[in-house]
Design a protein around this ligand. Structure first.
Ligand code: COI
Length: 348
């Protein structure tokens, strides 16, 4: 791997007490190009500009996917990644569906560990701050014929982050727009899945919400995701989340939370959830909590759900399940309990 270090660190220019999500970037980045049918030597170099033609393929046809992951500094001071092999596997599932080449393990995991080790000073030791890592893969041929690209670029940039949302969110159950359809790319982290969500989300924000709850494409009756996250409800004494389909992103946070909840002995169900069921549970007081689950926000409590003009208040107890999960994940990430599952991967 070729490594070129920055002449001077920019870390002192960043206010770690006021981190806006994803706006400041660490000193270095990883770049690897795919050309002539094979991956070239990966390179770590100072974070910088993209030098590309306006014919850059990804800009025109959206052959582009990303990952979101985090590095933590535990209470012993060591820096570790959370389940990075899961992100590697998921990026390659996205790549396959978007007809992009799989990124080799040594490029993704090997390159990433080296990068985070070099920029380790940027990883905060904190309950709510961490280093957000953005690996991405895009078509980098420079032609505008509508056929697959021949060149691809894999890159990783990193940003120290604080909480994603300031507090609990208000969400609108979406009954017009759709995030994903059967046979489509909803299960991937294709860039366009997020770009396509901005308009419906902006409409919901105009109505005083923060996000939308996505429902199925056929009749908007099944709950699928919430904003950029998976969703979970506490209905009665059961934790319920929709099962994975080709319309739902297989969240690594989602899977980790399901594992913890089962270990803690809670009733957990992965099953279809209807809008009717959620609205009824909210009306009768049987909906005790609702929250999003994702890398960026980890657990994002929902305080209000709107459906067809009616708003239902949802409890967000300080000692509820969302808080317990956040604490449980932090215990593992910050090294306060034994990492039984081997989720933390040291960068050394
Ligand atoms: C998430 O954690 O929900 C994400 O997908 C990352 C977000 C910044 C798009």
């Amino acid at each position: 791997m070729k490594i070129t270090l920055a002449e001077k660190s920019r870390i002192n220019e960043v206010d770690f007490d006021n981190l806006a999500f994803g706006t400041s970037f660490t000193d270095h980045m990883l770049v690897c190009h795919y050309e002539n049918g094979k991956w070239q030597e990966p390179e770590i170099r100072p974070y910088g500009e993209l030098n590309a033609s306006y014919a850059l393929h990804a800009l025109h046809y959206g052959q582009s996917a990303f990952e979101g992951m985090k590095a933590y500094r535990n209470q012993q001071g060591e820096v570790a990644l959370f389940r990075p092999e899961q992100n590697w596997a998921r990026l390659n599932r996205s790549a396959e569906r978007l007809l992009m080449p799989a990124v080799p393990e040594e490029v993704f995991l090997g390159g990433l560990k080296k990068l985070i080790d070099i920029d380790a000073a940027w990883v905060p030791q904190d309950e709510v701050k961490s280093l957000y890592i953005r690996p991405f893969l895009f078509a980098s041929s420079e032609f505008i014929a509508a056929r697959p690209s021949e060149r691809y670029t894999f890159a990783v940039i990193c940003s120290p982050v604080g909480p994603y949302y300031a507090g609990a969110v208000k969400v609108k159950i979406e009954d017009k727009f759709t995030r994903a359809t059967g046979g489509g790319i909803g299960f991937t982290k294709a860039a366009g899945n997020y770009g396509g969500a901005f308009y419906p989300t902006a409409k919901a924000i105009e109505e005083g919400y923060n996000q939308v709850i996505w429902t199925d494409h056929a009749n908007h009756e099944r709950i699928e995701e919430s904003g950029t996250m998976n969703i979970m409800f506490r209905i009665g004494d059961t934790m319920v989340t929709p099962p994975l389909t080709d319309r739902i992103l297989a969240g690594i946070t989602r899977e980790s939370i399901l594992t913890l909840l089962r270990e803690w002995g809670h009733n957990v169900e992965e099953r279809p959830i209807t809008v009717t069921e959620v609205v009824e549970a909210a009306k009768t007081g049987n909906l005790h909590e609702a929250f999003g689950m994702g890398t960026a926000a980890v657990v994002s409590p929902i305080q209000q759900i709107g459906y067809q003009g009616t708003r239902y208040e949802i409890p967000n107890p300080n000692d509820g399940m969302a808080a317990k999960i956040r604490e449980g994940l932090n215990d593992i990430r910050l090294g306060r309990v034994e990492d039984k599952h081997g989720w933390m991967v040291s960068v050394k």
